[in-house]
Design a protein around this ligand. Structure first.
Ligand SMILES: *Cc1c(COP(=O)(O)O)cnc(C)c1O
Length: 453
């Protein structure tokens, strides 16, 4: 075996700053707009729900931002994370490709989400905030935030999308172990939740609805702020540590990726892994193809429109220019709960629009087939979300088998699936169905998207 199985960094080699892609782009990303006036949003527009430091990062034009020492201390519980060479998967696929995966499942919550939960909680704590609210889809973000709140002594209220609240009771227990309070969304707590429940007591919920509920609660309490686990610039900034570490790891073994694939829900693990590589590409030092992989049942990049839309269902947030299926779009309850979001990170949308990245959508049964092949060869049971990235990596590896090319494929295994076994049970029992998304459902939801001149 030419390269080691596990490429590690020493704790002292861990990057100490985050990377902000925005200032390196040939065209600056369109700004968020005030929902009432449609003028570019100013810091004040976010002040009721975010602390000043994070608003500054959201709008920052600095290329690098130092990671606070207290955040680095918590990162060291699991970082630097390992980069694996998938020797056994390569063998199973009989491919000349070399496949690498950066594994974020080693964090306490089992995914990449603590990379941003920890700094978000720390900056809030610095500004005297005592309580944080948030939404969670699959429960990954909620558990990451609960873990981070436990580190810094803040209280934590989490609205969990009803479909996952029912399907994933152990995620809820995990959030409660770390001291979080968890509500099924739509909930009886907010006026918006009560309205939706009155219309449909079995409402499956959506990330957009849960965001609305968490924002309403934070805005009503002066000691509370809201947190978002994906989509926003500051979240992608914090996740850049994934790609920065990976660059160092690949440099250690003298490898350069030809293609990078990562799954996209709101775009944070994708941006986290790929933006440092995009910096290298824009500077002419590397030239990988960078490809986002989304679920066929919620294809915001490949089927959505690039328009200003709300981040939440009730329409409370500033308008963001992004690929959207419409903020009223309720995705089918597929198993990759973390990918059920109507929009896409504005930065990811922008680089897609600029032609700097590609995007594809894959149906869930192909993803689970890939995840099972991966588990049987590499051992790790992937979360349903990165199974999309694995399926794309496998497609690429099989194309190499056809062409005989030994390309270097890099992907993000952004979480393990130990709390997603019910989904695997369905797959193994032959009960998993692929949900065709009718164009009419998108057209319907797009009607709610505001017209912006
Ligand atoms: C939340 C989550 C996702 C989706 O969010 P992104 O912001 O697109 O990364 C994907 N995978 C896992 C494991 C998650 O927890």
């Amino acid at each position: 075996m030419s390269t080691p199985t596990k490429i590690m960094l020493d704790e002292r080699e861990m990057p100490t700053r985050w990377y902000n892609l925005a200032p390196d782009l040939p065209v600056p990303p369109p700004p968020p707009l005030h929902p009432g006036t449609h003028q570019p949003a100013v810091a004040e527009d976010f002040a009721a729900i975010f602390p000043r430091a994070l608003i500054a990062q959201e709008m920052s034009t600095e290329r690098y931002i130092d990671i606070p020492g207290a955040v680095l201390d918590v990162y060291r519980l699991w970082r630097p994370s390992p980069l694996f060479r998938a020797h056994r998967l390569e063998k199973l696929l009989d491919t000349p490709a070399r496949i690498y995966y950066k594994y974020e499942g080693v964090s306490p919550a089992g995914s990449h989400k603590p990379n941003t939960a920890v700094p978000q909680v720390w900056y809030n704590a610095q500004e005297g905030v005592r309580r944080l609210t948030t939404e969670t889809g699959a429960g990954q973000w909620g558990s990451s935030l609960a873990f981070a709140c436990a580190q810094f002594g803040l209280s934590c209220d989490i609205w969990q999308v009803a479909a996952s609240y029912r399907a994933k009771p152990y995620r809820r227990t995990m959030m409660e172990i770390w001291g979080g309070r968890v509500y099924s969304s739509p909930s009886e707590i907010t006026t918006f939740g009560r309205e939706l429940l009155a219309a449909n007591p079995d409402h499956p919920g959506s990330l957009g609805i849960a965001i609305s509920e968490a924002v309403m609660e934070a805005a009503a309490d002066p000691h509370a702020r809201y947190t978002l686990g994906s989509v926003l610039n500051h979240v992608l900034l914090h996740q850049s540590i994934i790609g920065e570490e990976t660059l160092l790891q690949l440099a250690k073994i003298g490898e350069r990726p030809d293609v990078i694939v990562a799954c996209t829900g709101g775009g944070s693990n994708f941006g986290g892994l790929t933006f440092p590589f995009l910096r290298e590409k824009l500077a002419g030092r590397l030239n990988p193809v960078i490809r986002a992989v989304e679920p066929a049942a919620c294809p915001s990049l490949t089927k959505g429109e690039y328009r200003y839309d709300f981040g939440d269902t009730a329409g409370l947030t500033p308008l963001m220019k992004m690929h959207t299926l419409g903020h009223r779009f309720i995705p089918e309850p597929i198993h990759a709960g973390g990918l059920r979001y109507h929009g896409m990170a504005p930065l990811v949308s922008h680089v897609y629009e600029l032609g700097l990245i590609e995007a594809i959508a894959i149906p869930q049964s192909e993803c689970f087939a890939g995840a099972v092949q991966f588990a049987r060869s590499e051992g790790i049971v992937p979360a349903p979300e990165p199974s999309h990235a694995i399926a794309a990596a496998i497609r690429e590896a099989l194309a190499c088998r056809e062409s005989g090319e030994s390309r270097v494929i890099l992907t993000a295994l952004c979480g393990h699936g130990h709390l997603d076994l019910a989904a695997y049970e369905k797959y193994l029992g032959g009960e998993m169905v692929d949900i065709e998304l009718p164009e009419s459902a998108i057209a319907e939801a797009m009607r709610s998207v505001p017209e912006v001149a």
